[in-house]
Design a protein around this ligand. Structure first.
Ligand code: ADP
Length: 192
């Protein structure tokens, strides 16, 4: 199996690129943000738990997120591998992911981070907010909070994989196709 984490700040283009990469490499794409939004739309107990956190730009608690992620992985026994998008977002989530994969005799091949400056992120998210209908995309103070949460809680996940020499960074500026080209080259290097 090949498992890759697509990493980066909110609005860095992970979702857009993950869809294209999953298609190109025959992997299953899992976006925890999309999963939460789906649960919220259907007003499930899980969606109700996530709603307040998401609308404030905070992280949903680890136990909720990890449980949902495990269920999603278990639902795809046929998968040749996964692209994780928006997960792990804390070191505790990274440890839980490694543990879950180890139980299956699997591991993370690589974490690939998209590097995008803060100001570009704020502009992109505000633009996305015009069509996404996401309350967390429409308020600049919530967007800035998401960036702060990323720096304090999520950035350490990069170091966690970097310490194991499995972290890579790609420039997330340019056209969607240019960025896809950079990611594609790196995927060919890190996939078995
Ligand atoms: P973006 O990366 O653009 O912020 P996402 O769709 O990945 O958008 O995430 C939206 C929100 O969903 C986050 O701000 C957070 O509240 C919640 N969320 C998504 N993934 C996680 C996670 N792994 N852990 C905790 N909360 C999460």
């Amino acid at each position: 199996m090949n498992n890759v984490i697509l990493f980066g700040p909110p609005g860095s283009g992970k979702g857009t690129q993950a869809v294209k990469l999953a298609e190109a490499f025959g992997l299953v794409h899992i976006s925890t943000g999309d999963l939460f939004r789906h649960e919220m739309k259907n007003n499930t107990p899980l969606g109700q738990k996530a709603k307040d956190y998401m609308e404030k730009g905070q992280l949903v608690p680890d136990e909720v997120t990890i449980g949902m992620l495990n269920n999603k992985v278990e639902a795809h026994p046929e998968a040749k591998g996964f692209i994780f998008d928006g997960f792990p977002r804390t070191v505790a989530q990274a440890e839980a992911l490694d543990q879950m994969l180890a139980q299956k005799g699997q591991k993370i091949n690589a974490l690939i981070a998209l590097d995008v400056p803060d100001e570009e992120i704020v502009n992109r998210i505000l633009l996305r907010g015009k069509t996404s209908g996401r309350p967390d995309d429409n308020d600049e103070s919530i967007i800035r909070n998401r960036i702060e949460v990323y720096k304090s809680q999520t950035q350490p996940v990069y170091d966690y994989y970097d310490d194991q020499c499995r972290a890579h960074t790609v420039l997330g500026l340019g056209s969607i196709d240019e960025i896809f080209g950079r990611l594609n080259t790196l995927f060919e290097e890190v996939l078995a």
